[in-house]
Design a protein around this ligand. Structure first.
Ligand code: FES
Ligand code: FES
Length: 149
């Protein structure tokens, strides 16, 4: 049993403390926007924010999230207004199948918080998410657009 704060809401989750945060979010909290891809911290589909930093929730034990703010894709918009990264994603028609996109958006939102005007090198270093549909070019364009917003 653990108490988490997810998207500003305090929730109790009935899991072992070593359970990956991803499963607590999806199966206990019921927020399924965060996806399971590889389960070994390689693809980024499961990316959420922990106190504003991007983390791969498939390898993050619930214990590590206790006392911290967890933000998922469902909590990124504010009062019904899309986050600038979400807006750029829509404007640039980034998603194809969409499976990887929540993780990508969360990773990019964290990058822009740290580096509001990232260079291509910054993007290459930080955004290591895998997209099987190959949306990488649109992702890069949308990141630069979001940085100008
Ligand atoms: S599912 Fe977590 S990095 Fe792939
Ligand atoms: S949009 Fe399909 S895997 Fe990225």
């Amino acid at each position: 049993m653990a108490r988490l704060t997810v998207n500003g809401r305090s929730v109790e989750v009935n899991v072992n403390l070593s359970t990956p945060l991803l499963w607590a979010i999806r199966e206990q909290v019921g927020l399924t926007g965060t996806k399971y891809g590889c389960g070994v911290a390689q693809c980024g589909a499961c990316t959420v924010h922990l106190d504003g930093k991007a983390v791969r929730s498939c390898v993050m034990p619930v214990a590590a999230a206790e006392g911290k703010q967890v933000t998922t894709i469902e909590g990124l918009a504010s009062n019904g207004v899309l986050h600038k990264v979400q807006k750029a994603w829509v404007d640039h028609e980034v998603p194809q199948c969409g499976y990887c996109q929540a993780g990508l958006i969360m990773a990019v939102a964290a990058l822009l918080k740290d580096k509001p005007k990232p260079t291509d090198a910054d993007i290459d270093a930080s955004i290591t998410n895998i997209c099987r549909c190959g949306t990488f070019q649109q992702v890069r364009e949308a990141i630069h657009a979001a940085a100008k917003a």
